[in-house]
Design a protein around this ligand. Structure first.
Ligand code: AN0
Ligand code: CP
Length: 317
């Protein structure tokens, strides 16, 4: 594998899953593979899980790890070419990226959608510059449009908990006070569409995701109907994708919060969320604390999704 930015970088979801399960079974089998190799993790945005799980994954592979929070201690970076740099930005990404590449073998990048310019976000301008100018394999630790390490962990978790071969999986929008990217929802939909699960997306009108991510999924605007018979409820907030409202919070309708009453409509479903989650906006205390909540094992699987991907990148060096 040369870079990892989406499900397309694996031959299939089945292949990704099989590799991840093997890694989880014996996480220290490849300690020699990463010896004297360095992973550089670049964060343009905050993180708890991605930061810890990816570092742990690299350590399991015997690697050295350097972490840089671009907004804390590094020079402020200009990202647009052609700008006269007479303001607060001291360095251009076009120098910073190849310099970063000098000190490592693999680069992980977290750069969220800016949510102001849809075209720039959906063209993955920042991530693609890392791929083009770093001279190193690059993997996404959540880019503008996708969060594939999260989705691979989600998939491992569903496979571990599912009670039927083809579970009904429902991705439901839920309210949140701040505008969030569509990346987690996009990525989840993109991978679910590659499985043989029954996959339904539910959200209020106006929150339609990009058609290339919705794919063949069933879209149901009535959350109660969508939840009927669900085996897994995957909650997430996202801001509007449509051109007129791009990046906006259209409503904070708490009738979409995942509560015990909502879960009662399901087939005793498991509750999932990528975290961080706002309680009593996205999900009630009772649901997230219930035995059906698998958010912690889901987060634990981030170690193995990261390790699977970094291992493939090491093998491709
Ligand atoms: C981010 C998002 O919604 O994309 C990261 C989730 C893993 N969430 C927040 O910023 C709260
Ligand atoms: N789920 C996830 O990516 O969490 P962090 O933003 O804390 O890394």
């Amino acid at each position: 594998m040369r870079n990892f930015t989406s499900v397309k970088d694996f031959a299939s979801v089945e292949e990704a899953l099989a590799k991840a399960i093997a890694v989880k079974k014996n996480p220290f089998a490849d300690q020699a593979l990463g010896k004297n190799r360095t992973l550089l993790m670049i964060f343009f945005n905050s993180s708890l899980r991605t930061r810890l799980s990816t570092q742990k994954a690299a350590m399991n592979l015997g690697m050295n790890v350097i972490v840089l929070d671009v907004n804390q201690g590094a020079w402020k970076l200009e990202t647009e070419r052609g700008v006269i740099m007479n303001s607060d930005k001291s360095e251009h990404l076009l120098e910073a990226i190849p310099v970063m590449g000098c000190y490592c073998d693999i680069i992980g990048v977290r750069s969220f959608a800016g949510l102001t310019d849809r075209e720039s976000d959906y063209n993955e301008v920042i991530l693609n510059q890392f791929i083009k100018y770093s001279g190193r394999p690059v993997f996404s630790m959540e880019s503008a449009t996708r969060h594939p390490l999260q989705t691979l962990a989600d998939l491992i978790t569903i496979e571990e908990y599912k009670k039927t071969a083809k579970p009904k999986v429902v991705l439901t929008w839920a309210p949140h006070p701040k505008a969030l990217p569509q990346a987690v929802a996009n990525s989840f939909a993109e991978w679910m569409n590659e499985t043989d699960y029954e996959f339904v997306i539910t959200h209020p009108k106006g929150y339609e995701l990009a058609p290339q991510f919705v794919g063949k999924a069933k879209v149901e605007y009535d959350q109660d109907k969508a939840l009927a018979g669900a085996d897994f409820v995957y909650a997430k907030n996202w801001s509007a994708y449509n051109e007129a409202d791009y990046g906006k919070v259209l409503n904070m309708d708490r009738s979409w919060t995942v509560t015990t009453e909502k879960m009662a409509l399901t087939n005793n479903a498991y509750f999932m969320h990528c975290l961080p989650v706002r309680r009593n906006m996205i999900v009630s205390d009772d649901v997230i604390e219930s035995p059906q909540s698998i958010v912690i094992p889901e987060a634990a699987n981030r170690e193995y999704s990261a390790q699977t991907v970094i291992k493939e990148l090491l093998l491709g060096l």
